[in-house]
Ligand binder design. Structure first.
Ligand code: 4AD
Ligand code: MG
Length: 494
């Protein structure tokens, strides 16, 4: 199979055409070179033939009988300039049909480009039109559209510069997340999407049921869920933490990375109903170790994007957020500041800033407070630790003052909270007390309690919202633009 494939390629491609180096069998469709690969090896390909496939961004006829086509294949920011001859017999009729948005193949000779903004161009010898796009209907004609408009055409928006660039950065970040933890010996655990527990205890959970929504269960009945699929209430997970704890107390260091769901009815620029969270969980880690790991993690992710997504960052810095590069360099290089919740409250009370939500000890910090602290006071990423016990979930470890828990939030400029985590309560009696205060059923969480009865150890973890990280590294204001298919109150498509 392998041998015949190679022979086929040599036979099909004329000498000088860029050879396709795949070996997964007989490919029946022609496969060109990706534009990113072509532009990455300009010198090597200049003077040779190449075949590219992609979508037309622009097309323009010149008086000199030349047609310029910009073709983009999504492999990188840049498009490739194609030069076609308007009166060339074998494709002149076809050329007239090609419009913005059409999918085409172009084969031709690569040469150095005299034009501005590109080093090489492709002189078309053969053109094929896969799919036409009617110019009267294709919605991406203009160079720039508002993000609100693009959200209404979520099936076409990845063909724009911003959404395409965000998708490539998101891919790189996701890979870097695995690289970071794998290099440190963490084990990747697939925690469930359907769960019977509410980790954060905030009640913002989506129910999973096969019962008729028109006739919801009568909770006054005995065993009202007996006819439901799982015979008990089930939900979409808000966090994989509790299940990750189970594996941390067996494998030492683990992480989970997957979609999480929250039914909070907040239409803000930093909340989604479905978002991705990465959650490491480590046995024998205290809060300080947890903070150190979180800091190293953020720095690594920022560093990878700076190293590997230069083209995209340049674009975002030019069109989205002028301060982007300075902000990222700062996050990659400076040591994060760490303060306690009480210190944060003091700073906020003493500040002359007028906040919409007034601050006093015991209130939850709002986005405006977080951003004031990280952007205006410290001007870099900031860790806040030791929050009031009443504000945080039952699983956080109670501090010796008995008023606060060993919680940590990490805030970054431009976003506010990007990470939430804590040391976990590993002492059985204190866990039971926390559960009693927060009215959490010991029956439902028997397994969680048993982890404290059998070989309990100090342990810690945190959760990073992938989309908040995406907002930080791209400068994109609204979280709906950094996930391919945003789900928010009142909006679900596809
Ligand atoms: O602070 P949170 O709620 O923490 C937890 O869920 C813990 N169980 C994590 C852990 O310790 N393993 O959420 C963690 C992060 C937030 O800091 C934020 O970045 C992101 O998840 N996040 C959201 N992102 C988008 N939309 C939402 N509705 C989000 N809610 C939280
Ligand atoms: Mg939080």
């Amino acid at each position: 199979m392998r041998l015949s494939f190679k022979i086929l390629i040599i036979w099909v491609k004329p000498p000088g055409t860029i050879e396709l180096k795949t070996s997964f069998g007989d490919l029946t469709m022609e496969k060109g070179i990706r534009i990113v690969d072509l532009l990455g090896k300009e010198e090597e390909y200049t003077g040779k033939k190449a075949l590219v496939q992609g979508w037309v961004r622009t097309k323009r006829d010149s008086k000199a009988g030349i047609c310029f086509i910009e073709i983009n294949d999504g492999s990188c920011m840049k498009s490739l300039q194609v030069i076609a001859e308007l009166d060339r017999e074998d494709y002149s009729e076809l050329l007239k049909k090609i419009t913005t948005g059409s999918a085409i193949l172009v084969e031709g000779a690569v040469s150095a480009s005299p034009g501005k903004g590109q080093s090489i161009e492709l002189h078309a010898e053969r053109i094929h039109l896969y799919g036409w796009a009617d110019p009267a209907l294709y919605p991406l004609q203009k160079k720039r559209h508002s993000f609100e408009y693009l959200r209404q055409i979520a099936h076409l928006r990845p063909r724009t510069n911003t959404i395409g660039a965000a998708a490539r950065v998101r891919n790189r970040l996701s890979y870097a997340i695995h690289q970071f933890f794998q290099n440190l010996g963490f084990h990747y655990i697939h925690t469930p999407i359907i769960t019977a527990s509410d980790c954060e205890g905030a009640g913002e959970i989506f129910r999973v049921t096969t019962l008729d929504p028109v006739h919801p269960v009568d909770t006054t009945e005995e065993d009202p869920y007996r006819n439901d699929f799982f015979a008990k209430p089930a939900f979409l997970t808000v966090s994989g933490q509790l299940q990750a704890e189970i594996y941390a107390l067996a494998l030492g260091r683990v992480y989970t990375f997957g979609p999480t769901f929250r039914a909070e009815n907040s239409n803000t620029s930093r909340h989604l109903a479905e978002f991705w969270m990465v959650e490491p969980e480590m046995a024998f880690y205290d809060l300080e170790d947890d903070l150190d790991l979180a800091q190293a993690f953020i720095k690594k992710l920022v560093g990878v994007v700076l190293d590997d997504c230069g083209e995209e960052l340049e674009f975002f810095a030019r069109f989205i957020e002028p301060e982007l590069m300075a902000r990222l360099q700062n996050a990659a290089q400076s040591a994060f500041e760490v303060i306690t919740y009480s210190e944060a409250v003091d700073i906020l009370i003493k500040s002359s800033e007028k906040f919409a939500f007034p601050v006093q000890w015991g209130v939850d910090l709002q986005s405006e407070h977080e951003r004031y602290l990280t952007e205006r006071v410290f001007k870099k990423p900031l860790g806040i630790i030791n929050f009031p016990r009443s504000l945080k979930p039952f699983y956080m470890r109670v501090n010796d003052d008995e008023k606060t828990v060993a919680a940590m939030d990490i805030l970054v400029p431009g976003i506010g909270e990007i990470i939430g985590g804590s040391q976990r309560e590993e002492r059985l009696d204190l866990l039971l007390e926390q559960m009693r205060i927060k009215e959490i059923s010991a029956d439902d969480y028997r397994w969680y309690i048993e982890l404290r009865q059998f070989g309990s150890v100090p342990h810690s973890g945190f959760g990073l919202g992938l989309e908040r990280m995406m907002q930080f590294v791209t400068g994109i204001q609204n979280i709906r633009e950094v996930i391919p298919f945003p789900r928010t109150p009142g909006h679900v498509e596809f």
